[in-house]
Each structure stands twice: as structure tokens, then as C-alpha cells.
Ligand binder design. Structure first.
Ligand code: ATP
Ligand code: MG
Length: 283
């Protein structure tokens, strides 16, 4: 049994659940408890606050976890980063009141900076030889300057709208984050085997994303030209049709190239073009 820790609620919960669903793992959200077993895969989901996920994985209480890279970096836990998952993208930045003049990190010398990420911040300041006072607060960091608690903040930014509405401007982007799949440093052999199966499924999902399946009828004499237009995984599938001189051609194309390929294929005589959504490609 493989245990995976994901966020109970919050920005990463929905996409973490969605990822498990895409991998064919059936977790009933209605029957959700602290710990839920999948109906069709030897995996159980442990729901936690994101802050606790790196520690729980480092200690081996859960073999795997899905969490922001920012949390992993901040906690400094011993875990392996197995895969970047492409969602939950954000950055942690330094921001100052918008009327202030800024000409480099020396600005922060002697200043008070409010943050929930003291470890990442102190590493950054140290690297730049800047000494500042770090005020650790756990929420609503962006109001700290207006409230007189700090001169600047170091906080998560995605669109920047929260900064603007609090009269702040971003001056240094320090850390880029996204959701990652993490694992303990020593998985048992059965856990490693299940993780390999999950990675295989993730890879199949990634490969098939953005692809379309294309079928069409084409005069046999135009086949060579059509094959040149359609470089498939190996080569397109060709099947004879009942009517003489025609065949059916099947191939996979990237969605972004679809309309230009369709135009080229029609120009050489393709007919009855069907475009189908592609669920999975198993490499
Ligand atoms: P929890 O209750 O689980 O501790 P939280 O309030 O600490 O939740 P969320 O706000 O749900 O955390 O954010 C979870 C993660 O989502 C962040 O650590 C970060 O990796 C990512 N994230 C992406 N965009 C943003 C954003 N605009 N603000 C905050 N986090 C973001
Ligand atoms: Mg949290």
C-alpha cells in the first residue's frame, strides 16, 4: 500500500485530486476522511495542511506527497523531488511600498521584512550580504507595511493583484515554485514499484496531452504526399477501402498544428476527415 499526502483544502487540493483521477485512481470525494483508500489501486490518500506534507514524507509516515516546491524548500526536509507537476505555479518575491525608490537589494539593509518564509528569505539575504530583521507572520503578510509591522514583505505572488491593492510593488523575484510530487529518501521495494507505475501513467498523460487523432479517406496515389504531411509516432496507419483507388489514413497530430495539417490534406484530396480527442498514448 502506497500512502500519498495531499492538501486537505486550499489551492492545491483540487488539482491534486484531479491528477489522481487522471491516473485512473478512484478516490470517492464523498467518503473523504482523514485517510481514504482508493477503490482500484493500492494507494491511500492522507489529507493534511500543506505545511505538514514535507515532514510527513521525510519521516516516512507517507511515502509520497504533492506540495508546493516553496514548502519543501522552506522546511528543508530530506525528500526527493520526483516530478514537477505543472500546476500551482507562483513565485516568492520581495515587495516594498510603491512610492519608495528601489535601486538594488542593499535597500533592505536594516529594514524589517514580514514573511511566512523565513528560511528562504534569510538564505537570499545572506547570499547578498544584506542584514535585515525578519518578522515571521503566518497570514495576511501583505498588510504588514500598512499596519506598521514591517517596511517590506517577502510573500507569494501569482498575478500581483494583491500587491497592487495593498499599495506595494514587487522588486525582487527570489523563488519560482510549482506543485511537485515528492517521495521519502528510502522507499521500500513495493512502494518503489507502485511509484514507478504512477510515473508511467503520468508520462502517458503528458505525452497524450495536446494531441488529436485524425482519420481520413485519401486517394491511394496521394498517399506518399499525405504521409509526409503527417509524421506520426512511427508512421501513419494505412488501410485499404472497399472502393478501388482509396484508402483510409490514421494518424496523431499536435492540436496546435491541426488546422494547418487539415488544410494541406484537403489540398491533396483528403475527404471525410474525422478529428477525435485522444485519451491516452501508452508509450
Ligand atoms: P493550508 O491550510 O493547507 O496550510 P495554505 O493557506 O498554507 O493552506 P494555500 O493558499 O492553499 O496554502 O496555497 C498552497 C500552495 O499553493 C502554496 O504553498 C503555493 O505553492 C501555491 N500557490 C500558487 N499560487 C498561489 C497564490 N497566489 N497564493 C498562495 N499560494 C499559491
Ligand atoms: Mg499552509
Amino acid at each position: 500500500m502506497l500512502r500519498i499526502a495531499i492538501q486537505t483544502k486550499g489551492r492545491l487540493n483540487e488539482q491534486s485530486m484531479e491528477l489522481l483521477r487522471e491516473l485512473g485512481i478512484d478516490i470517492d470525494p464523498a467518503k473523504r476522511k482523514f485517510l481514504s483508500k482508493a477503490a482500484n489501486f493500492p494507494i491511500e490518500v492522507l489529507y493534511l495542511r500543506d505545511d505538514d506534507i514535507p515532514q510527513v514524507v521525510a519521516s516516512g509516515t507517507a511515502a509520497l506527497g504533492i506540495v508546493g516546491l516553496n514548502e519543501v524548500e522552506e522546511r528543508g526536509c530530506q525528500v526527493q523531488i520526483i516530478k514537477r507537476l505543472g500546476f500551482g505555479g507562483c513565485r516568492i518575491s520581495l515587495a516594498i511600498p510603491k512610492g519608495e525608490e528601489y535601486d538594488g537589494v542593499e535597500y533592505f539593509e536594516g529594514k524589517r521584512i514580514a514573511t511566512s518564509y523565513p528560511a528562504i528569505l534569510s538564505r537570499f539575504l545572506e547570499e547578498h550580504g544584506v542584514r535585515a530583521h525578519i518578522e515571521v507572520i503566518s497570514g495576511s503578510v501583505e498588510i504588514a507595511p500598512a499596519a506598521g509591522i514591517a517596511d517590506a514583505i517577502f510573500d507569494i505572488v501569482s498575478s500581483g493583484a494583491t500587491l497592487v491593492s495593498n499599495g506595494l510593488k514587487e522588486v525582487e523575484q527570489v523563488f519560482e515554485s510549482e506543485a511537485v510530487l515528492i517521495a521519502g529518501e528510502s522507499l521500500s521495494a513495493p512502494e518503489q514499484e507502485l511509484l514507478d507505475e504512477l510515473l508511467f501513467r503520468i508520462e502517458s498523460e503528458r505525452v497524450s496531452r495536446g494531441l488529436k487523432y485524425l482519420l481520413m479517406n485519401i486517394p491511394t496515389e496521394c498517399l506518399d504526399e499525405a504521409v509526409k504531411i503527417l509524421p506520426a509516432m512511427r508512421s501513419p496507419t494505412v488501410m485499404p477501402l472497399a472502393s478501388e483507388g482509396w484508402c483510409s489514413l490514421h494518424s496523431v497530430v499536435e492540436a496546435k498544428d491541426l488546422w494547418s495539417k487539415v488544410r494541406q490534406l484537403k489540398a491533396i484530396g483528403a475527404e471525410g476527415i474525422l478529428v477525435l480527442s485522444l485519451d491516452k498514448i501508452i508509450p
